[in-house]
Design a protein around this ligand. Structure first.
Ligand SMILES: [Zn+2]
Length: 421
């Protein structure tokens, strides 16, 4: 019926190289040399013959354009796979020059910020984390923390800010990728913050910013299971319920450059109160604060004396595992709401795959067989192959890695003369 894969190391099964393996229809607008570069980077390494075949170009064009890319210091020749025994010298392949560009990806959060330094081939070179107080901050205070974090990630490998071609930031809230502004975020005390301008003024490096569900989706598209899929959705359950959608190999941000709010689609008229102020949102039944709210009652905790939602959820999960029926019921009920949300995603977008992704995928009651069976039952399935569901429990650097993809895509466009997208 359906296929559930729990993969603790999503990256290990992916082919070598990074970036989407399928090309988007709109890629035709990219210069041919950028298409060649991206093909080589996605494959890890490729011979000129591979390039000729994959892009449907002449051998002459492949030779001329790869010579340009080598002269520009972006590609280099490496030993390819040996030909059949006795058939002459091994083929010469091309690979990205990793040190041609470096980018930093950052995830800002209300507990711990994280950063990853990545080279132009997509390899993770260094990472760092910085604990932060959970209070809302001014943009200046947040930039101060970003400064410290970037120093940390560069210091260990002897790099400086001058070596960094661009930075990507993922953060929760309503984030406008097009304009580089943040209309609202739980991390910031002000609304309508011009984060990109503040960053560029301070550090003199281009910044690309997006919401955390989108950078998580980019992590799957560039480094995970999404690399081989042209249409897929990523659903993540953390503080809220986030969703990212890839259509025709590119992240769909809607008409306003922001993102999709699966968590605030309504699943109940006049239902539970959501933190957005409205009632009946999916998130009000599924997010960690919603479960913690019910956990306080089930575990007979004094509501005046509440632990953090995280600690409360962990306690609830242990109780459920130990056989506490009230605790189990809470997870089961949340799972049923999740099945409604997933079914709605399938009916609206018909994705080839839904990836349940993020750092907190350990509450397996939510992804139990009965949840997926319920999802299937709620979905019209006549003549339709059931949508595949995978669960990916990444480490806590996944968002920062996804943010490096934002920066890598932009730096690639700049370096190779394409258009941004
Ligand atoms: Zn809501």
């Amino acid at each position: 019926m359906y296929d559930v894969i729990t993969d603790k190391s999503s990256e290990s099964d992916a082919p070598s190289g990074c970036g989407p393996l399928l090309s988007a229809g709109s890629d035709d607008a990219k210069p041919l040399r950028q298409q060649i570069f991206e093909h080589v980077r996605a494959a890890g390494s490729a011979t000129r013959t591979d390039v000729t075949r994959a892009l449907g170009i002449s051998a002459g064009s492949a030779t001329t354009l790869t010579a340009d890319l080598i002269a520009a210091g972006l590609l280099r020749e490496v030993a390819g796979l040996p030909r059949e025994p006795g058939r002459g010298r091994p083929a010469v392949a091309l690979a990205v020059v990793p040190e041609a560009r470096y980018v930093i990806g950052i995830k800002l959060s209300d507990e711990t910020h994280s950063a990853v330094l990545t080279d132009f081939a997509g390899h993770m070179v260094a990472d760092a984390t910085l604990p932060t107080p959970p209070a809302r901050k001014s943009l200046d205070a947040l930039m101060e923390e970003v400064d410290v974090l970037m120093d940390l990630v560069l210091k260990d490998v002897g790099k400086a800010l001058a070596d960094v071609a661009a930075v990507g930031i993922g953060m929760s809230g309503i984030v406008d990728n097009d304009t580089g502004t943040v209309p609202w975020s739980p991390l910031l005390s002000d609304r309508d913050t011009a984060i990109e301008r503040a960053f560029v003024d301070r550090f003199g490096i281009p910044l690309h910013v997006d919401n955390d569900a989108n950078v998580l989706t980019l992590a799957e598209l560039w480094f995970g299971a999404g690399r081989t899929m042209s249409d897929f959705a990523v659903v993540t359950i953390e503080h809220g319920v986030g969703m990212g959608l890839v259509l025709d190999n590119r992240l769909f941000r809607g008409s306003r450059g922001m993102g999709l709010e699966l968590g605030h689609t309504k699943v109940q008229l006049d239902g539970a109160l959501c933190r957005c102020g409205q009632r009946g949102c999916l998130e009000a039944y599924l997010a960690d604060y919603a479960l913690a709210r019910e956990a306080a009652t089930a575990l007979h905790r004094n509501p005046r004396n509440l632990q953090s939602p995280n600690a409360m959820l962990d306690a609830l999960f242990s109780q459920a595992k130990a056989g506490n029926e009230a605790a189990r019921t809470i997870f089961r009920r949340a799972g049923r709401y999740l099945s409604i949300g997933l079914s709605n995603v399938i009916q609206l977008f018909d994705p080839g795959l839904i990836i349940l992704s993020g750092e907190r995928m350990q509450y397996d009651y939510l992804y139990a067989d009965e949840v997926l069976a319920e999802m299937q039952k709620l979905t019209l399935s006549d003549g339709r192959t059931p949508c595949r569901i995978e669960t990916h429990a990444w480490g806590d650097l996944v968002w920062a890695r996804g943010a490096t993809a934002l920066a890598l895509a932009a730096v690639t466009d700049t370096a190779l003369g394409g258009i941004r997208g």
